[in-house]
Write a protein that binds this ligand. Structure first.
Ligand code: ZN
Length: 175
């Protein structure tokens, strides 16, 4: 399933601007989630989200280098070419639980990385020139690599126990 609205990304600079927004937003959100998980004393999930934040900010840096000699279009948040208010690689906060297991954290990350892959593959399908095609196929390949990385981590993790959301040390209730 690819997003038909990606057809609206008209040129190379537009694609760079979108890619940068996707990666910056993904990195920020993963970092936010890492902070949230460590606040909730869930160091394993925190560590995985931090690692994803690192991967995505490296990705943003790489795209920023491509953008160095370009004048990027100013795109208002509501004019980005994706269906949801948030970018295709952004973890939705309501999908996150403070007791989530590393497997659940990574399953969420996998979902986002696959959406990012679909997004760039959709752009590749509609690319209007060779520069766009080259960049879109690179970005899709990077996301394919992220998907592979997350799948590799997931394969090493135990199944989620049925009582994963039972808090053995719940916050004390106030009288
Ligand atoms: Zn990614």
């Amino acid at each position: 399933m690819s997003d038909t609205r990606t057809a609206a990304i008209a040129d190379f600079a537009g694609l760079v601007a979108h890619a940068l927004a996707v990666e910056e937003e993904a990195a920020e959100r993963y970092a936010e989630l890492a902070a949230q998980m460590s606040t909730h004393n869930n160091p394993q999930a925190a560590e995985l989200f931090s690692e994803m934040a690192r991967v995505e900010s490296l990705h943003a840096d790489k795209i920023r280098q491509r953008a160095a000699h370009l004048t990027l279009p100013d795109i208002a948040p509501w004019d980005y070419c994706w269906r949801d208010p948030e970018g295709p690689e952004t973890t939705l906060l309501d999908e996150v639980h403070y007791l989530m297991t590393p497997r659940q954290a990574l399953t969420l990350a996998l979902h986002n990385e696959r959406r990012a892959l679909e997004f760039f593959a959709g752009i590749l399908a509609h690319a209007r020139d060779d520069d766009m095609r080259t960049l879109a196929s690179e970005l899709a390949a990077d996301e394919r690599e992220h998907v592979r990385l997350v799948e590799e981590w997931l394969a090493k993790l135990p199944e989620t126990p049925p009582d994963w959301d039972q808090d053995t040390d719940p916050p004390a209730l106030q009288d």
